[in-house]
Design a binder for this molecule. Structure first.
Ligand SMILES: [Zn+2]
Length: 355
């Protein structure tokens, strides 16, 4: 009995492939024999396969990881952004095959990494659709082909936020998504941040706050999307001195500024990931106005990495026409979703200041 059943199985499998090939009179090269079908990778890892036989494009998805591939292409894409070189996969008898060593790397990427219990993780996401109820937010009125188009910020941001929530829950079911509102109701600003600050988190778990708004300007030509975060010099009380042991209370100010720095860095990082992802998805239709700093109440009072996203200007005629289309709102949600996902990946992979 072999001490390594995996190797034994592999040898047996190769022998079987060779035997079958031999029996059917097909000459199989050593390379072909070591190939692994996408189906087999899926079975070994429990991944879900999507494959379009006409385009020869497909993906393997397991948990938070997605590997996209194309027949004949020498790269696979991990989580829609990271490229990895492979020997181009080939199609044979209606199946797609990877070279054995590539298949192994793909399997390793799909299998869950053992999570270090010390490592900080995102334990909750708070989405805050701006305005609502008697507060419509910005309003855009445009006469288009003799018809009046009226857009209210509160409706746009709720639509995008609900889609964003669903996308996040589908792909990361273990991270709870909280919302300040899920319907057209009025909620005072203080209540929104209090809700987020009161979310219960486990050990080493962190929460992020994303407030979603649409913009207005007296300049009807102003258009584009942007993200705001709290300037680092705006200090908040992130650590309550009462919560500290007596001997650490004297260094409260230092601990608080370290935490402030960390929250600031992560807010900017989250903002940049959101802008980058939105830029990729809607950048051709709407300009990226970049990451900006402002002392908004929602980002000031949320004691966590927090950003305020402006989706676009309801006062710009062209942008208003786009914001009136469900497909554009869908793309905005996809951009925000991808940005949050990318942020979580970077955050959880240790690129934190670690205080
Ligand atoms: Zn607003």
């Amino acid at each position: 009995m072999s001490k390594n059943p995996g190797t034994a199985r592999a040898i047996l499998r190769t022998a079987l492939i060779l035997a079958c090939a031999f029996a059917s009179g097909v000459v199989v090269s050593a390379e072909e024999a070591s190939e692994v079908s996408v189906q087999a990778i899926a079975e070994r890892t429990g991944a879900r396969v999507e494959y379009d036989p006409f385009l020869g494009i497909g993906s393997l998805q397991r948990g938070r990881t997605t590997i996209s591939f194309a027949v004949g292409s020498d790269i696979v894409v991990r989580d829609f952004r990271e490229e990895e070189d492979v020997t181009p996969p080939v199609r044979r008898n209606g199946q797609v095959f990877f070279r054995g060593s590539d298949a192994e790397r793909i399997q390793a990427a799909l299998l869950p990494q053992i999570r270090d219990s010390e490592r900080p993780v995102i334990g909750a996401i708070f989405i805050d659709p701006g305005h609502g109820g008697r507060d419509p937010g910005a309003i855009g009125r445009h006469s288009i082909d003799g018809e009046m188009l009226v857009l209210q910020e509160k409706d746009i941001v709720l639509d995008v936020s609900l889609q964003l929530r669903d996308l996040l829950q589908q792909s990361m079911p273990d991270i709870p998504v909280h919302m300040s509102r899920e319907t057209d109701i009025y909620i005072p600003l203080d209540d929104r941040t209090r809700m987020a600050n009161e979310v219960e988190l486990g050990e080493n778990q962190y929460i992020i706050y994303v407030s979603i708004h649409a913009n207005a300007s007296l300049n009807s030509r102003a258009r584009g999307f942007e993200v705001w975060f709290l300037p680092p010099e705006q200090r908040r009380v992130l650590i309550n001195p009462e919560d500290l042991d007596e001997d650490r209370r004297s260094i409260h100010a230092i601990l608080n500024s370290m935490r402030e720095e960390e929250v600031s860095v992560h807010s900017a990082m989250l903002g940049n990931e959101l802008l980058g992802a939105m830029d990729q998805i809607i950048g051709e239709q709407s300009p990226n106005r970049g990451l900006k700093q402002e002392n908004w109440a929602v980002v000031r009072n949320a004691l966590m990495p927090s950003v305020l996203v402006e989706l676009g200007f309801v006062t710009n005629r062209d942008e208003a026409m786009m914001l009136a289309q469900p497909s554009y709102l869908r793309n905005l949600s996809l951009g925000l979703y991808t940005g949050i996902r990318n942020f979580i990946e970077v955050f959880e992979n240790g690129l934190t200041s670690g205080t």
